[in-house]
Design a protein around this ligand. Sequence first.
Ligand code: BTN
Length: 246
Amino acid sequence: FGRVVDFHESIDSTNLRARRLAEEGAGSGTLVAADTQEAGRGRRGRSWISPPGKNIFMSLILRPDILPAKASMLTLVAALAVRDGIESVTGLSPVIKWPNDIVSSGKKLCGILTEMSAELEGIHYVVVGIGINVNLEEFPQEVRDTATSLFLETGGKVVRSQLIAAVLEAFEHYYEEFISQGDLSRLISVYNKNMVNAGKEVRILEPTGEYKGRALGINEKGELLVEMPDGEVRHVISGEVSVRGI
Ligand code: BTN
């Protein structure tokens, strides 16, 4: 992956750029990266802080031969790859907050935004957008309590190209495992081992209401299994839900 790189000093959003390239036929594994984004996008319509010279903003175009229903696992695969890449380059061992936030001391280091163009029978393309807070020393007031960077966590600066290479290497490894094997049990257990919510009491906030239970781990579709007090196990699908600790 990343053998074809489309780099920009400044772009609206690497995800939007990757989607445009994918529509024009760009191949699987194409990487879009930018030093800064003018309209960086987060999940649920939020914006993503994208100052120049500090952080990583990148999007990978993928064309996996899988059913669209299985695609949400791709985001979890990306989360594992970012976690491993960070650990190998900095020695810091962040955790994953289901489905795809990378967290250190309870604050967010990385966010992932996956977008897909698909029909019922197959996927045209998937864009996995990854934003990592690398060398940023200070966050705007409104996210100071919830966001952090590798610099703030370790006190050291990271060479961004090194981290990108480490993340891509890990991603390639997990991606191959994901698409080549019917059996996802190893991936699932690696994910669950690195997921901060596993075994903990969680509050699930859905647009229609909220409930509490104990997070057990993910299944092969990437859904979070939550055990209710009466023993019923609910399957939580990422998207409109938000998971909180108690
Ligand atoms: C989140 O809300 O947690 C997801 C944030 C995803 C941000 C990245 S930065 C690179 C890519 N381009 C975007 O516009 N968003 C993603």
